[in-house]
Design a binder for this molecule. Structure first.
Ligand code: PRP
Length: 204
């Protein structure tokens, strides 16, 4: 049995489609069920931020999660394969036509990714006050809560509609197949079979 944590939403659907192609089954979650079992596979539907936790504690063998979430969590897991889906960017953004004033003693940054933000600015020795929010990050500079934001951009529409622009791209993200370290050794054969099948599908 191989257990796999998938992040709720489009990535889960894309991954189930890949597995359907690989193994010739129809994989789909029904109703509000969070577990899907089919022969030798058990899929779990979890919040994307929780995927590395399930993998780290070996509640599952494998997981699929964005590189942004992996970098933010910093969990000690095996990164197996870039699935080249769920592409997005982590960016530093601020109000259009207003340069971030780096002469300030401290810059206020609103974000739901405090670790990525801290790493980015500490490498540049820029002092920041990181304000952790849980969503609608784009609001913060508009109401003076922060000078800038570090947030996810997919289409760029949310930033544009809120008169914000990208100052810098911090990270190019996509979804990765990850593995628990112990599972990777104890179930190496089955995991490498999945890895090889996924890789050949992606490279097509
Ligand atoms: C993410 C992100 C942006 C938006 C970007 O938020 O934080 O707000 O998507 O997408 P776009 O570039 O395609 O406009 P999400 O939808 O996950 O909601 P949240 O703010 O509640 O986390």
């Amino acid at each position: 049995m191989i257990t796999i944590a998938l992040p709720k939403g489009r990535i889960a659907d894309d991954v189930l489609n890949l597995f359907a192609k690989m193994f010739g089954y129809d994989f789909a979650f029904v109703n509000r069920k969070l577990i899907l079992q089919k022969d030798d596979f058990r899929f779990l539907l979890v919040r994307s931020q929780d995927v590395p936790i399930y993998v780290l504690y070996q509640a599952v063998d494998l997981g699929v999660v964005g590189l942004d979430v992996l970098e933010e969590t910093g969990a000690d897991i095996v990164r197996l394969l870039d699935l080249e889906i769920g592409k997005c960017k982590v960016v530093l953004g601020s109000k259009i036509n207003e340069k971030i004033d780096y002469n300030k003693p401290q810059i206020k940054i609103a974000t739901k990714m405090p670790n990525i933000t801290r790493n980015f600015f500490s490498k540049r020795a820029i002092a920041t006050d990181i304000i952790k929010l849980y969503g609608s990050i784009e609001l913060a500079p508009l109401v003076g809560l922060s000078d800038a934001i570090v947030d996810i951009v997919e289409t760029g529409n949310t930033m544009k509609e809120n008169n914000l622009e990208i100052d810098e791209v911090i990270l190019e993200s996509s979804a990765y197949l990850i593995a628990n370290r112990n599972s990777f050794y104890s179930k190496k054969h089955a995991i490498l079979d999945i890895y090889n099948k996924l890789e050949s599908l992606i490279k097509k």
